[in-house]
Design a protein around this ligand. Sequence first.
Ligand code: IPE
Ligand code: IPE
Ligand code: MG
Length: 235
Amino acid sequence: MADTALAVPRHIAIVMDGNGRWAKKRLMPRVVGHKVGMETVVKVIDDCARRGVQYLTLYAFSSENWKRPDEEVSGLMNLVLLGVSSYLRRFAKDGYRIKVIGERSAVSEKVRAAWQEAEDLTAANTGLTISVAFNYGGRWDIAQACRAAMRDGLAPDEITEDALSARMALAHAPDPDLFIRTGGELRVSNFLLWQLAYAEFYFTDCLWPDFDAAQLDTAIAAFHARDRRYGGVKA
Ligand code: IPE
Ligand code: IPE
Ligand code: MG
């Protein structure tokens, strides 16, 4: 058992995959899966807060998800608006701090404004930090951090790991301890390429709309059984 056996992971990052297949199994449109998936998001946020997780990062829309049919993309955009209007006030009251990471310039004015409102209304909160990865790609993140470093006038020798980390989209959070991917695929799909360097990976076949508190506890138990060495040797 690891020394940190009973410490809850400080930062959990989740690839919430499987909404489309969940709907397909029920002969329903994919966007219905996304809608039910959003209810799962709300439950998992509360479950993480209750367990003392401090940072939760959720992959909601990847840089590559624009390749989906227009109807699905607009369904997902509408869900952002619905989610913010339905839950933002309650989340703000519960002390959650919301951050949105990703390339914002490509999303519509309405969606941008909703994300801005979510960040502004929760900026002073000190509870669970929820980072929503939206139009996010790990490669985009590394490239934008390099661009920011150049804009800040850093010389080549000053482009260190710390200098880039400070400019990455998750600079407000420590690196994830536990990475969870639902939906059965064993890949990262361009999520937090830089920040996952020493995360523990947990994959489950459970489709995202079916993910619940018991599944979360199973993932956390798997995390507790890991021996994190960070390249060193165990004392
Ligand atoms: C994940 O579910 C949610 C998003 C990518 C927005 P999918 O829509 O990828 O579901 P599957 O993988 O097709 O089942
Ligand atoms: C990853 O899931 C992106 C999100 C969950 C938002 P995808 O369904 O897009 O990933 P691939 O296409 O299976 O790699
Ligand atoms: Mg998928």
